[in-house]
Design a protein around this ligand. Structure first.
Ligand SMILES: [Zn+2]
Length: 159
């Protein structure tokens, strides 16, 4: 069984638990990155391509993404939110919701810039390598407050 399916089935607990789940999608924090608010949004069904998403899955992915990006942008230090889908490590289709913090721009130019311009794909790739950590060693103190803020939005849709 794939990692995402084992989270869907309650056999694996990502840091902070399930942030949001409905009949179509699942939102949780990345299991092995020490970047608060780095989230993974997947359909519940094990499909491997965007083109396999049902209308309802697409709709729910869109709605949840919009809500999550809005919350992340209100968090101190987050300047921008990147969205990406690769599916190289986990084939279960998912989006990476990657908050770009101000402090990330302090990394050396050769790691995050191309021709002196900030290179989002390079920064994402660099941070995914630099802040990767075994799930059991994740420092929850940084991550849980951010997860709490996101959970509150889904608990109270009016805010
Ligand atoms: Zn799966």
């Amino acid at each position: 069984m794939c990692l995402t399916c084992s989270i869907v089935n309650g056999e694996f607990f990502p840091v902070g638990g399930i942030i949001y789940k409905d009949n179509y999608v699942l939102l949780h924090h990345c299991i092995d990155l020490q970047i608060p608010g780095y989230l993974i949004l997947s359909p519940l069904r094990h499909i491997e391509s965007y083109s396999d998403l049902s209308q309802n899955e697409m709709l729910h992915i869109g709605i949840v993404t919009k809500a999550v990006v809005a919350v992340l942008k209100r968090i101190d230090g987050i300047e921008k939110v990147y969205l990406a889908s690769f599916g190289e490590e986990t084939t279960h289709f998912h989006f990476h919701i990657f908050p770009r913090y101000k402090w990330m721009l302090n990394h050396s130019a050769e790691e995050i810039r191309t021709d002196n311009m900030l290179d989002g794909a390079k920064l994402l790739s660099f941070c995914r390598k630099k802040y990767k950590i075994q799930p059991t060693f994740i420092n929850k103190e940084d991550i849980l407050p951010v997860i709490e803020q996101i959970k509150q939005v889904f608990a109270n849709p009016d805010c």
